[in-house]
Design a protein. Structure first.
Length: 398
């Protein structure tokens, strides 16, 4: 606030030796009083325009340390909310409205109608661009690299007088969400995983998922080294970054960490879901140990439908954690079960219907599938499981 500085009137001194009733004394007193009044009016006159010219700023200051997040809970109110955040060029700002947290009640995402971000020191504020592919998500999510250092305004357009939560995260360029922490030249891969000439490339982090748009398989993964073809995929990423990318990964990572410890016998594969499908059938779950990692290998079928017969293609899956605890490795490839047992692959509509409706029958059928997959010869699959296992063991991180 600008304070008007007043020039206080000089004190009027009266000479006791003079007669205050004399005209000269009365004239001096009047002149002194007039000068005092003029000084006060001048101070107020010059201060008023300064107060009027100052723009009103009701922005709510937010302090977020790099690498940290702050969650604000806002009470019902009219009008939009404006927040002020100081950040450094190159940092990534991530905003999430109505972010859910463990034990929290359901929050209504319809309480806001949009998020805006722009530099505070601009005369005509221009919104920072929304990242490509996230146009349908800007009502509830916003994320981008900040182009310059300074203060930014975050505007939440409120649709109704309802409470909401705003989660503000400020991430450094080398945050594990954006930097896998390893380069392709530090990865050694033998023959069998990639076709001749196949190379790892860097896939950037794409965070906008759930109800905003339909994600690809690796949209919600942190930045990672990747090889991808229509029938196979390999990703190497920061373990910390994977946990940071979303709470849905934390449970799967914990299972891999637990089941790859010495002396532990894994009971069920991690990743109960895959690309909008759930784990329906599986078998051949084994622990693998490499030079620089410990992992799990299994064969699975993921499906969006209910329980039913086994169908090709199946999926060869491998997940591992580097022995230094820094990296997560994930590999899968489509495989064919050659000449499979008919009682597993060719069921009548009535038999399939029973598996869909009877949980116990479904569990019994899964046990049969598990026994068949585990007992089948490696050459019963294409590609040959021995070749795939050897290729996975050739993978090394340096």
């Amino acid at each position: 606030m600008i304070r008007a500085t007043r020039n206080l009137p000089r004190q009027v001194s009266v000479n006791l030796l003079e007669d205050p009733l004399k005209p000269e004394s009365r004239l001096k007193a009047a002149l002194a009083f007039t000068r005092a009044v003029v000084s006060i009016l001048a101070a107020l006159l010059f201060a008023a325009p300064a107060c009027r010219s100052r723009p009103k700023d009701d922005a709510i200051p937010i302090r977020v340390a790099p690498g940290e997040s702050v969650t604000l809970e806002r009470a019902p109110a009219k009008g939009n909310d404006v927040f002020a955040l100081t950040a450094t060029a190159g940092q990534t700002l991530r905003l999430e409205v109505d972010a859910k947290c463990p034990g929290c009640e359901q929050w209504d995402s319809a309480t806001v109608d949009g998020l805006r971000v722009f530099p505070a020191d601009t005369t005509r504020p221009a919104d920072l661009p929304t990242p490509k592919g996230s146009e349908d998500c800007q009502r509830w999510r916003w994320m981008n690299v900040l182009p310059s250092s300074g203060v930014y305004r975050i505007v939440v357009n409120r649709r109704a007088e309802k409470r909401y939560r705003l989660r503000v995260s400020l991430l450094d360029p080398h945050d594990p969400l954006f930097d896998p922490g390893i380069t392709a030249d530090r990865v050694s891969i033998g023959e069998g995983l990639f076709p001749t000439g196949g190379k790892l490339t860097l896939k950037t982090y794409e965070p906008f998922i759930d109800y905003c748009n339909v994600p690809g398989f690796d949209t919600n993964l942190p930045a990672h080294l990747r090889f991808e073809e229509k029938d196979r995929w390999l990703g190497i990423m920061s373990l910390e970054g994977l946990k940071e990318a979303g709470p849905w990964w934390v449970g799967d990572v914990a299972e891999v960490e637990r089941d790859t410890r010495p002396g532990v016998k894994p009971v069920k594969p991690p990743f109960s879901g895959f690309d909008d499908s759930r784990l329906m059938h599986w078998g051949r779950l084994e622990r693998f140990n490499g030079k620089s990692w410990r992992g799990l290998r299994w064969i699975a079928q993921y499906s969006q439908e209910g329980d039913g017969e086994l169908q090709n293609p199946l999926m060869y899956d491998f997940a591992a954690i580097s022995k230094d605890g820094k990296y997560f490795i994930w590999f899968w490839v489509d495989i064919e079960y050659l000449n499979p047992p008919r009682e597993l692959f060719k069921l009548t509509d009535e038999q399939n219907g029973r598996l869909w409706e009877d949980r116990k029958a479904s569990e019994v059928f899964q046990q049969k599938v598990n026994v068949a997959l585990t007992g089948a010869s490696p050459t019963s699959f294409k590609p040959d499981l021995n070749q795939l296992d050897a290729a996975v063991h050739s993978l090394e991180l340096r």
